[in-house]
Design a protein around this ligand. Structure first.
Ligand SMILES: *[C@@H]1O[C@H](CO)[C@@H](O)[C@H](O)[C@H]1NC(C)=O
Ligand SMILES: *[C@@H]1O[C@H](CO)[C@@H](O)[C@H](O)[C@H]1NC(C)=O
Ligand SMILES: *[C@@H]1O[C@H](CO)[C@@H](O)[C@H](O)[C@H]1NC(C)=O
Ligand SMILES: *[C@@H]1O[C@H](CO)[C@@H](O)[C@H](O)[C@H]1NC(C)=O
Ligand SMILES: *[C@@H]1O[C@H](CO)[C@@H](O)[C@H](O)[C@H]1NC(C)=O
Ligand SMILES: *[C@@H]1O[C@H](CO)[C@@H](O)[C@H](O)[C@H]1NC(C)=O
Ligand SMILES: *[C@@H]1O[C@H](CO)[C@@H](O)[C@H](O)[C@H]1NC(C)=O
Ligand SMILES: *[C@@H]1O[C@H](CO)[C@@H](O)[C@H](O)[C@H]1NC(C)=O
Ligand SMILES: *[C@@H]1O[C@H](CO)[C@@H](O)[C@H](O)[C@H]1NC(C)=O
Ligand SMILES: *[C@@H]1O[C@H](CO)[C@@H](O)[C@H](O)[C@H]1NC(C)=O
Ligand SMILES: *[C@@H]1O[C@H](CO)[C@@H](O)[C@H](O)[C@H]1NC(C)=O
Length: 616
C-alpha cells in the first residue's frame, strides 16, 4: 500500500517536472489528491466550476480558483457561487459535502466556498488542522452541525463567515479564546444556541461581529467591553436576556450597534456616551425600561436612534437637541411622557421623527418648524389634545404626516392645502367633521390616505379623481355618502396609482357598484366595502381582479347571485358577504370560506350552507 502511494507520488512529480518550467514547482501531490477528493464529494456542479480540475493537469497551473505558492503548495481555494466582475455576475450553486481531505492542504490560507447554496453536511473537524488558514468563507449554503471544537487551532484566522446556513448548537468557548487575530466573524442566519461565551472578550482584534438571527440566549457578556477595535456589532434577532452591560460604553470605535429583537431588560446604561463613534443604534423590540440617559446628548456622530417597542419611560431628554448629526428618531411604542423638547428644533439634519404610540402631551414646540429636512413626522396615538394642526406645519416639506389620534377636531385642516409634497397622510381616529374639501384634488402626491374613525360626511368631491398616485385609501367609520364609484374612477399615472387597498366600510355610500375596466381598480388586493347601503348586484367584473385577496362586502344590501368565478380568484384569502340579500347557489369553490361569510342572506344555499332545495 505504502509502496503504491510512493510510486504514484513519484510518477506525478516526475511528469510534472517533465512538462512544466522549473521556475515554480508543480502542484504538490498531496494537495492535488486532496482537491480531487473534494471534487469527488461534489454531486452536482451545474456551472462546471470544477471542470478544469482534472487528474492529468497541474492544480497550480490550470485549475480555476486555485492559487499556489512557489513551492507548489495550494494557498487559496476560491470557488464561490457568486462572482462578479466589471461587466458580469455569476450566480450559481453546487451540491455535495465538504471533504475532510481539504485538511491536507497544509499551506491553505483562504477557503472560499460561499454562496454555493447547496453544500450540505457538517464542517469536518479535520479542518482544525488548517493552521495557516486566514480566511474561511462558507456562508450561504445548507451546512449543519456545530462549529468544531478543533477550530481552536485556527490561530491565524482573520475572517470567518458561516452565515446563512443551518448550523446549530453552542459555540465552544475555547474557540473564541484562540481567535486573537480574528478581524471579522459572521454567524448570522443560523440556529446557534446557548450563551455567548465570555471568551468573546478574547477576540481582541475583532472589528466586525455579526451574530444576528440565531437562537443565542443568556446575557451579553461583560467582557464585550474588551473588544476595543469593534466597529460593527449585531446581536439582533436572538433570545438574549438581561441588561445591556455598562461595559458596552467602552467601545469607542463602535459605529453600528444592533441589539433589536431580543428580550433585553433594564435601562439603557448612562455609559452610552462612551460610544463616541456610534452612527446607527437600534435597540427596538426589547423590554427596556427606565429613562433615556441624558448623556445620550454626547454622541458626536449618531445618525439613527431606533428604540421602538420597548417600555421606556420619562421625558425625552432635552440634551438630544445637541445631536446635530441625527437623521432618524424612531421611538414609537414606548411610554414616554411630557412635552416634546423644544431643543429638537436644533436637529437640522433630522429626516424622520417618529414618536407615535407614547404618552406625550402638551404643545408641539414651534421650533420644529426649523426642521427643513424633515420628511416623516409621526406623532400618532399620543394624548396631545391638539384640536388643530399648528399653523407652522405649513412650513414643513413632509412626505409622511401621521397624526392619528392626536385630538384634532373640526374640518379637514386647511393648512394642508399648501402641503403638496405629502405622500402619506394619516389623520385617522380624530374628530374631523364636515366634507372632504374640493382642494383635496390638489394634494396630487398622495399615495396613502387614512381618514378612518372620524366624523366626515357628504359625498367625495369630484376633484378626488386627480389623486392619481393614490394606492391605499382608508375611510372606514365615517359618514361619507354619495356615489361609491367616485373613488373607483380616479385617475392613475401609469404604472403608479393603481389601488392596492380600499376600506370604505361603515359609511353611507350608495351604489350600485360599477367596477368595470377602471385602471385604478385593476390590481386591487384588498377591497372592504362592508356596512354601506350600496345595493345593486355584485358586478361580475369583480372576479376579473387577479390580485384580489380580500373582499369584504357584508351588510351592503346587495342582491342577485354571487358571480361564478368570484370565489375562485386564485389569491382569495378572505371573503365576507354576510347580511345582504343575495340569492341562489353559492358557486363551487376551493378557497376555505366559513359559513359565516354567507349567513344573513335568506336566499343563499349550497356548501358551506345547507344544500339547495331547487336547482338554480
Ligand atoms: C490568495 O487570495 C488572496 C485574497 O484574494 C490574494 O490577496 C492573494 O494574492 C492570493 N494568493 C496567491 C498566492 O495568489
Ligand atoms: C491526507 O493525505 C494522506 C496522504 O496522501 C492520506 O493518507 C490521508 O487520507 C489524507 N487525509 C484526508 C483527511 O483525506
Ligand atoms: C436544519 O437543522 C435541523 C436540525 O438542527 C433540522 O431539523 C432541519 O431539517 C434542518 N433544516 C434544513 C433546511 O436543512
Ligand atoms: C430557540 O430557543 C428557544 C428558547 O430559548 C427554544 O424554545 C427553541 O426551541 C429554540 N429553537 C431552535 C430552533 O433551537
Ligand atoms: C400617561 O401620562 C399621564 C401623566 O401625564 C399618566 O397619568 C398616565 O397614567 C399615563 N398613561 C400611561 C398609559 O402610561
Ligand atoms: C388648488 O389648485 C388650483 C389649481 O392649481 C388653485 O387654483 C387653487 O387655489 C388650489 N386650492 C387651494 C385651496 O390651494
Ligand atoms: C410631489 O413630490 C415631488 C417630490 O417627490 C415634488 O417635486 C413635487 O413638487 C410634488 N408635487 C406637488 C404637486 O407638489
Ligand atoms: C388607519 O388608521 C387606523 C387607526 O386610526 C388603523 O387601525 C388602520 O389600520 C389604518 N389603515 C390603514 C390602511 O393603515
Ligand atoms: C383635475 O386636474 C386637472 C388638471 O389640473 C383639471 O383640469 C381638472 O379640472 C381637475 N379635475 C377636477 C374634477 O377638478
Ligand atoms: C349620515 O349621513 C346621512 C346622510 O347622508 C344622515 O341621514 C345620517 O343622519 C348621518 N348619520 C350620522 C350618524 O351622522
Ligand atoms: C378544486 O380543486 C380540484 C383539485 O385541485 C379541481 O379539480 C377543481 O376543479 C377545483 N374546483 C374549482 C371550482 O376550481
Amino acid at each position: 500500500m505504502e509502496i503504491q502511494t510512493h510510486i504514484s507520488t513519484f510518477s506525478i512529480i516526475f511528469f510534472s517536472l517533465l512538462f512544466s518550467p522549473l521556475t515554480s514547482l508543480a502542484c504538490h501531490p498531496i494537495d492535488h489528491h486532496a482537491l480531487l477528493h473534494f471534487k469527488h464529494q461534489i454531486t452536482f456542479d451545474p456551472s462546471n466550476l470544477l471542470n478544469s480540475w482534472t487528474p492529468q493537469t497541474d492544480c497550480c497551473k490550470s485549475w480555476n480558483g486555485i492559487d499556489c505558492d512557489s513551492t507548489g503548495r495550494v494557498v487559496n481555494v476560491s470557488r464561490s457561487g457568486l462572482v462578479s466582475g466589471e461587466d458580469f455576475i455569476l450566480e450559481t450553486s453546487m451540491s455535495g459535502t465538504l471533504s475532510p481531505s481539504l485538511s491536507n492542504l497544509s499551506s491553505l490560507q483562504l477557503l472560499d466556498l460561499s454562496n454555493l447554496k447547496d453544500l450540505t453536511g457538517q464542517i469536518p473537524p479535520e479542518f482544525g488542522r488548517l493552521s495557516r488558514l486566514t480566511h474561511l468563507f462558507l456562508d450561504s449554503n445548507k451546512l449543519s452541525g456545530s462549529v468544531p471544537v478543533t477550530f481552536q487551532f485556527l490561530f491565524r484566522l482573520e475572517k470567518l463567515y458561516l452565515s446563512d446556513n443551518n448550523f446549530s448548537g453552542r459555540i465552544p468557548p475555547a474557540v473564541f479564546r484562540s481567535f486573537r487575530s480574528l478581524l471579522e466573524i459572521g454567524l448570522s442566519g443560523n440556529q446557534f444556541s446557548g450563551k455567548i461565551p465570555s471568551s468573546i472578550g478574547d477576540m481582541v482584534s475583532i472589528t466586525k461581529l455579526d451574530f444576528h438571527e440565531n437562537n443565542f440566549s443568556g446575557v451579553i457578556p461583560v467582557t464585550i467591553g474588551k473588544l476595543k477595535n469593534l466597529k460593527f456589532l449585531d446581536l439582533s434577532e436572538n433570545q438574549i436576556t438581561g441588561t445591556i452591560p455598562e461595559s458596552l460604553g467602552l467601545l469607542s470605535e463602535l459605529q453600528i450597534l444592533y441589539l433589536n429583537q431580543n428580550q433585553l431588560s433594564g435601562s439603557i446604561p448612562s455609559s452610552i456616551d462612551g460610544l463616541i463613534s456610534i452612527q446607527f443604534c437600534r435597540l427596538s423590540e426589547n423590554e427596556l425600561t427606565g429613562i433615556i440617559p441624558p448623556s445620550i446628548g454626547n454622541l458626536p456622530k449618531i445618525q439613527r436612534l431606533i428604540f421602538e417597542n420597548n417600555k421606556l419611560t420619562g421625558k425625552l431628554p432635552a440634551t438630544m437637541g445637541h445631536l446635530k448629526t441625527l437623521t432618524d428618531i424612531y421611538f414609537s411604542g414606548n411610554r414616554f411622557t411630557g412635552n416634546i423638547p423644544s431643543s429638537f428644533g436644533n436637529l437640522h439634519n433630522l429626516q424622520a421623527l417618529d414618536l407615535s404610540r407614547n404618552n406625550l402631551s402638551g404643545m408641539i414646540p414651534s421650533q420644529l418648524a426649523k426642521l427643513q429636512n424633515l420628511q416623516t413626522l409621526d406623532l400618532s396615538f399620543n394624548p396631545l389634545k391638539l384640536i388643530r394642526l399648528p399653523r407652522w406645519f405649513s412650513k414643513l416639506k413632509l412626505f409622511r404626516l401621521m397624526m392619528a389620534n392626536t385630538g384634532i377636531q373640526g374640518p379637514f385642516p386647511i393648512i394642508l392645502s399648501s402641503s403638496s409634497t405629502i405622500s402619506s397622510l394619516d389623520l385617522s381616529s380624530n374628530s374631523l367633521t364636515d366634507e372632504l374639501p374640493h382642494w383635496i384634488g390638489n394634494m396630487t402626491n398622495l399615495s396613502f390616505l387614512n381618514l378612518s374613525n372620524n366624523r366626515f360626511s357628504n359625498p367625495i368631491p369630484p376633484e378626488f379623481e386627480n389623486l392619481s398616485l393614490l394606492t391605499d385609501l382608508d375611510l372606514h367609520s365615517n359618514n361619507f355618502s354619495g356615489d361609491i364609484n367616485t373613488i373607483f374612477k380616479k385617475n392613475v399615472q401609469d404604472p403608479l396609482g393603481h389601488f392596492n387597498s380600499i376600506d370604505l366600510s361603515y359609511n353611507s355610500f350608495s351604489g350600485p357598484i360599477k367596477i368595470g375596466d377602471e385602471a385604478a381598480m385593476d390590481s386591487i388586493v384588498s377591497l372592504v366595502l362592508s356596512h354601506n347601503p350600496v345595493g345593486g348586484i355584485i358586478p361580475e367584473s369583480l372576479s376579473y381582479g387577479n390580485e384580489l385577496a380580500r373582499i369584504l362586502i357584508a351588510r351592503n344590501n346587495l342582491m342577485g347571485k354571487i358571480p361564478k368565478q368570484l370565489l375562485n380568484l386564485k389569491n382569495l384569502k378572505e371573503f365576507d358577504a354576510s347580511g345582504n340579500r343575495l340569492i341562489g347557489e353559492i358557486p363551487g369553490h376551493n378557497a376555505s370560506i366559513p359559513a359565516s361569510a354567507f349567513l344573513g342572506n335568506p336566499g343563499l344555499c349550497g356548501a358551506p350552507l345547507l344544500p339547495c332545495k331547487h336547482p338554480f
